[in-house]
Design a protein around this ligand. Structure first.
Ligand SMILES: *Cc1c(COP(=O)(O)O)cnc(C)c1O
Length: 399
């Protein structure tokens, strides 16, 4: 029995069944490519849900990790470490924000933002204790903690894990008027994804985010944008909100913040909100550790030094045009922004399509049975993108 088959068997025997991976066993990655246990090469068109914007094993990030490994990996926030301050400065400069709070997973960053918004609601807005409300959007994906799945509209994420944490009000996504109507005296924040990635790359109408920003400003309610997936170059700007110039009061980052080497997330934002945390009100054993800071600093440098947002903008236009030119009776829509693209089918054939893609050397992931997302590492070249596109076109013929 080969190594790959054995690995899958062990996973099925000893693991839990909360994923349904394609039958491919990855053993190596470099840039836009991954290799399976048999040595077959694939284009990675998922990029670990955009955690690999800088590509697999980027040499500068790997080197930064190795250097730090030989020095200090963890000290805890009970003590200072020499990497945290410089990393926070870099992150605040890049985001144009006043303060940053480092965590580990994206879900933790969103949980931290929720705590910050509630704290602001009680301490600054004067909302009666226990009454704070956050307005969220239908179709959201913010992570897998009990609080976050409690206000998910996806039954598969939510059902069986109640009771849901109270204090969330759901409005339709992309509807600024409905959002405005939901803002009340107990609203301590609005939490949104500028584009909903997990929902299948749902892109609201132009002007929606601008209108949301204006409603929040008028109602004096902080706006928190979850840019864990859309941020750090993916949509053709460093942050997705830049497309409409709506700078949020808080923003969550994760995924590509470490270039895929290590879990690093953060909340960045205004001092008026994040400045409210005092010693003992929030924390994380691993958050802000020197290894994470060294890796994330290098990952941010790569985004800037290699102009990856600009590359995503330019190649995104090209790729979307190529995908848009595909003629197939079962395709319903092709959409995208930057290198965050999706093909939606009229029928639930997304998984079947992914298997054909895999056979042709392209790894991609289906979402909600009808949609396949294409989000390659942003370091992809135009020639590589064209090769991947041709494989996608051919796999479509296999359907
Ligand atoms: C992936 C994701 C998260 C959760 O990140 P984890 O690291 O998996 O906890 C949160 N928000 C958005 C928008 C995401 O895409």
């Amino acid at each position: 029995m080969d190594r790959g088959r054995k690995a899958i068997e062990l996973e099925e025997r000893f693991g839990t069944r909360n994923y349904a991976p394609l039958p491919v066993v990855l053993t190596r990655g470099k840039g836009v490519f991954v290799w399976d246990a048999r040595g077959k090469r694939y284009f990675d068109m998922l990029s670990a849900y955009s955690a690999l914007n800088q590509g697999h094993n980027h040499p500068a990030i790997v080197a930064a990790l190795k250097r730090q490994l030989d020095r200090l990996t963890l000290g805890s926030r009970a003590f200072h470490n020499d990497r945290l301050g410089p990393f926070l400065e870099k992150l605040c400069t890049l985001t144009g924000m006043e303060r940053a709070l480092p965590m580990n997973s994206g879900a933790e960053a969103v949980e931290t933002a929720i705590k910050a918004l509630r704290l602001w609601g009680y301490r600054r807005k004067g909302i009666p204790e226990g009454q704070a409300e956050i307005v969220v959007a239908a179709g959201n994906f913010h992570g897998r903690t009990t609080t976050l799945v409690g206000f998910s509209s996806d039954p598969g994420s939510r059902e069986g894990f109640g009771p849901a944490t109270p204090g969330f009000k759901t409005v339709p996504y992309g509807d600024a008027a409905a959002l405005a109507a939901a803002l009340g005296p107990n609203t301590c924040g609005v939490l949104l994804e500028p584009i909903q990635g997990e929902a299948g790359v749902a892109i609201p109408q132009p002007g929606w985010l601008k209108a949301v920003g204006e409603h929040c400003r008028k109602a004096k309610v902080p706006l928190c944008l979850d840019e864990v997936q859309t941020g750090l170059g993916r949509t053709g700007r460093m942050f997705c909100w830049e497309h409409e110039g709506v700078k949020p009061d808080l923003m969550t980052l994760g995924k590509a913040l470490s270039g895929g080497l290590y879990p690093v997330s953060a909340v960045v934002g205004k001092d008026a909100i994040l400045g409210l945390f005092t010693p003992g009100t929030h924390g994380s054993t691993f958050g802000g550790n020197p290894l994470a800071c060294a890796v994330a600093s290098a990952a941010l440098d790569v985004l800037v030094d290699e102009a990856l947002p600009e590359r995503a903008a330019e190649l995104g236009v090209y790729f979307l045009e190529r995908l848009g030119g595909l003629r197939h009776p079962r395709i319903k829509e092709v959409r995208g922004l930057g290198l965050m693209c999706a093909v939606e089918f009229r029928e639930p054939i997304a998984k079947e399509f992914c298997k054909h893609l895999m056979a042709r050397g392209v790894l991609a992931k289906d979402t909600h049975q009808t949609t396949v997302r294409f989000a390659p590492p942003l370091v992809i070249t135009k020639v590589q993108l064209e090769t991947a596109f041709e494989a996608i076109r051919d796999a479509l013929r296999d359907l």
